[in-house]
Design a protein around this ligand. Structure first.
Ligand code: RB5
Length: 148
């Protein structure tokens, strides 16, 4: 996918890595928008995860990247949105499989548990791996909650 539109967010615990990832993305073919936070002052991750999830759901972005301390808070929040398939990506292979098998549209990173180089590798892999489809398609189609 060329010229992917990427939205990136973090809370204060992910701010440092967000800035590093933004720098990498700026040198690549991606159109990136930073939806905050914008300083290392304490914030609440849902205030950044919900707007990110809504923007992806509206189709404004192809993929999202989000970082908090563990990656869990931001991922849990975003996954409340029916159209979001958020994956906690803590190493390269998990990141590859999240795209290839789960068609993940949100890469959640544990900012306090990975290095800058690990984060960049995870992000690169996430953005450069396509969904395999096939047997995985009916499975991801069953993820949203249906009204019975
Ligand atoms: C913030 O201190 C921390 O709780 C948050 O970044 C995240 O790890 C929550 O899941």
């Amino acid at each position: 996918m060329e010229n992917k539109k990427i939205a990136i967010t973090s809370d204060h615990a992910g701010y440092f890595l967000k800035e590093k990832i933004k720098k990498y993305l700026a040198g690549e073919k991606y159109e990136t928008k930073d939806l905050g936070c914008y300083t290392e002052d304490n914030v609440d991750y849902p205030d950044y995860a919900h707007p990110l999830a809504e923007a992806i759901t509206r189709g404004e972005f192809d993929l999202g990247i989000s970082i908090c301390g563990t990656g869990n808070g931001i991922n849990m929040t975003a996954n409340k949105h029916q159209g979001i398939r958020g994956a906690l990506c803590w190493n390269e292979e998990i990141s590859r499989l999240a795209r290839a098998h789960n068609d993940a549209n949100l890469c959640a990173l544990p900012g306090r548990f990975i290095s800058e180089s690990e984060a960049l590798l995870i992000v690169k892999t996430f953005l450069n791996t396509e969904f395999e489809g096939g047997r995985h398609k009916p499975r991801i189609d069953k993820i949203p909650i249906k009204k019975y």
